[in-house]
Design a protein around this ligand. Structure first.
Ligand SMILES: [Fe+2]
Ligand SMILES: [Fe+2]
Length: 192
C-alpha cells in the first residue's frame, strides 16, 4: 500500500484555482497562505477528482459541493471567533485559526466520491488523513491535532478555543449542506 497522498508544490494552474476558491487567504501571513494552498493542491492532485467542483461534502445524490462547505465554515468560524473576542475576551491567532477552518476537511477529496467512498476511507478515519498531510507540511501541532479530532465520530474533540469554534462553525455549515441535500440536519436528530 503506497502513501495515500503526495505533496505537490508545483501545478501552478491548480494553485491559481485553489487561490480563487478559498476565502480568507488574505487574513494569514504569506508563508501560511502558501502552505494552505499547497495542502489543498496536494489533496486535489492525489484524489480521483478532476475538478475542484467534483469534490463533495459527503457522498449522496444530490450532493453538496465541498468548495461551498469549506468557505462557509471559514466565514462562520471567523464570525464566531470575533464574537468570542469581543464578548469573552478570547484571543485567536489568525495564523492558527484560519488554517484549522480552511483545512479541516482537506482529506475529504481522498475519502469521498459522489456516490461512495474510496479504499482509503476504510483504512483511516476522516480528519486523521488530513492531519497527516498537515503534519507533513509542517503545520503547528494545534492545527494538526484539531483537524485530527474534529470529526463528529472522532473519539474526542480538542479542548482549545479553536476546537470549540471549529466545532460550531462546522455543524452550522454542515446542517446547511444537509438541508440543501434534503437530509436531516444534525440539530434535528435525536440520539439513538
Ligand atoms: Fe469534517
Ligand atoms: Fe466540515
Amino acid at each position: 500500500m503506497g502513501s495515500p497522498y503526495s505533496i505537490d508544490h508545483g501545478s501552478n494552474w491548480r494553485r491559481r484555482a485553489v487561490e480563487d476558491w478559498l476565502w480568507g487567504l488574505d487574513l494569514v501571513s504569506p508563508g501560511v497562505r502558501e502552505r494552505i494552498v499547497t495542502a489543498w493542491v496536494s489533496a486535489w492532485v492525489s484524489s480521483p477528482h478532476e475538478a475542484l467542483e467534483d469534490m463533495v461534502f459527503t457522498p449522496g445524490t444530490p450532493s453538496y459541493p465541498l468548495m461551498a462547505h469549506v468557505n462557509e465554515v471559514t466565514r462562520a468560524g471567523l464570525d464566531l471567533a470575533r464574537r468570542a473576542e469581543a464578548d469573552w475576551g478570547a484571543a485567536f491567532d489568525r495564523d492558527l485559526l484560519l488554517p484549522i477552518l480552511i483545512l479541516h476537511d482537506v482529506d475529504k477529496p481522498l475519502l469521498y466520491l459522489r456516490d461512495g467512498h474510496t479504499a482509503l476511507y476504510h483504512e483511516l478515519p476522516h480528519g486523521v488523513v488530513g492531519a497527516m498531510l498537515l503534519k507533513d507540511l509542517g503545520f503547528p501541532h494545534l492545527v494538526v491535532s484539531t483537524v485530527a479530532t474534529h470529526a463528529g465520530n472522532a473519539p474526542f474533540h480538542g479542548r482549545t478555543p479553536e476546537a470549540h469554534v471549529l466545532h460550531y462553525a462546522d455543524l452550522f455549515a454542515a446542517d446547511h449542506a444537509l438541508r440543501r441535500m434534503g437530509r436531516t440536519p444534525f440539530y434535528l436528530r435525536r440520539g439513538g
